[in-house]
Structures are given as structure tokens and as C-alpha cells.
Design a protein around this ligand. Structure first.
Ligand SMILES: [Zn+2]
Length: 194
């Protein structure tokens, strides 16, 4: 299963994230932009064309049971229009985005923060999400911890793999035939994993 952009997010899901509204932004193809380096891309664009940095969240969904919020930087143009200047092959020219000015203070070691939110009450899912949070913390802090971060990540990956069969079963349970497939293909389940 991989994370995918939801077509729309149910209001009760959005409520769990603390995000009040989600907008769809155009992605502008900037020749020098690099994938995953949104803040550098935004700063390079601003140096050339002016504007400001706008921080916010991109929302992706996991197996129709969990949400990931990934901090993202876009350009606020002089006319106040927002535009994303970071291409992503997974997306077709649009990105869902929720502006949040509080993110700037959360950036640590140049890593943009990530949040995980479970959409169903289930202990296994809570444990799985806790492992993802742990893995993310190791990555964020990897430059300042003494213990081998690679080895720590391997241990976490192994622990997560033990929970995975149950997580997959939950995802199947929560995905109707009309929903986008839990696997992340962005195709309806009935035309995908069935
Ligand atoms: Zn599928």
C-alpha cells in the first residue's frame, strides 16, 4: 500500500487534522525545480520573480484508514495567488494544500514536519502509526544522534512489517468497491484489487 492523494476528503476526516479547508493549487513547471526540495524551489523562484513563502500541508491517505500531513512550501505571488513550484510525478499538475503559517517554526535540520492521523479507532493502527512517527523522528534527528540511525530504521521497519498483515486487512475492511483502492493505485477498488 502506498500513500495517495484523496479525490476529496470527507469533512469528518478533515476535522481530525485540524485543517479547516483544503484548496487545489496549480503546479507550475519550473525548469530548475527539484522533487522533494519545495523550500529551496520556492526560494529560487522568489529570488527571480519576487513573492513570499507560504507554508502549509499536503494531505495524503493510506489504505483509507490513515492520513499523512506533509509540510510543504509554495509561492505566494505578488497578487496573493498561491502556486506550487515543485513537480511530483505522482500528481497531474494539481496539489491539495492547506495553508498554515505555523509550520515555519517546526522546521528542524531542514526537514519539513510530517503528521499522521488515524481515521479509525484501532489499537493495531495506533501502534503502526506510532512506528511511522518514530521512523520520522529518527530521520529528522539523524544528524544529531549518536546511535546508528540506519540500524534504528531497520528495527522500526521490521516491527512495522509484523503489523502489516493486520493493517492490510483493516484497509480492505474500510474500502468499498466504489472507493479508490486501498493499494494506492488511484483506481476504484472494483477495477483494481477487488
Ligand atoms: Zn488496488
Amino acid at each position: 500500500m502506498k500513500y495517495f492523494d484523496p479525490v476529496n476528503v470527507a469533512p469528518e476526516f478533515l476535522e481530525k487534522t485540524g485543517i479547516s479547508s483544503l484548496m487545489f493549487l496549480n503546479v507550475s513547471k519550473e525548469p530548475e525545480s527539484k522533487p522533494l526540495e519545495c523550500l529551496n524551489n520556492v526560494n529560487a523562484y522568489i529570488a527571480k520573480h519576487g513573492g513570499d513563502v507560504q507554508f502549509g500541508w499536503i494531505l495524503t491517505i493510506f489504505g483509507n484508514i490513515g492520513l499523512q500531513l506533509t509540510a510543504h512550501a509554495v509561492v505566494k505571488k505578488k497578487d496573493q495567488d498561491l502556486v506550487c513550484v515543485t513537480l511530483d510525478n505522482q500528481r497531474d499538475g494539481k496539489v491539495n494544500f492547506a495553508p498554515d503559517d505555523g509550520i515555519g517554526s517546526l522546521i528542524k535540520n531542514n526537514f519539513l514536519p510530517v503528521k499522521f492521523i488515524s481515521l479509525i479507532d484501532c489499537e493495531v493502527l495506533e501502534n503502526y502509526i506510532a512506528l511511522m512517527v518514530k521512523a520520522n523522528d529518527v530521520r529528522v534527528n539523524s544528524s544529531c544522534v549518536l546511535i546508528n540511525p540506519k540500524q534504528q530504521l531497520e528495527v522500526i521497519k521490521h516491527e512495522a512489517s509484523l503489523l502489516y498483515p493486520e493493517i492490510l486487512a483493516l484497509a480492505k475492511e474500510q474500502t468499498s468497491q466504489e472507493d479508490l483502492c486501498y493499494c494506492g493505485s488511484r483506481v476504484k477498488r472494483k477495477h483494481c484489487c477487488g
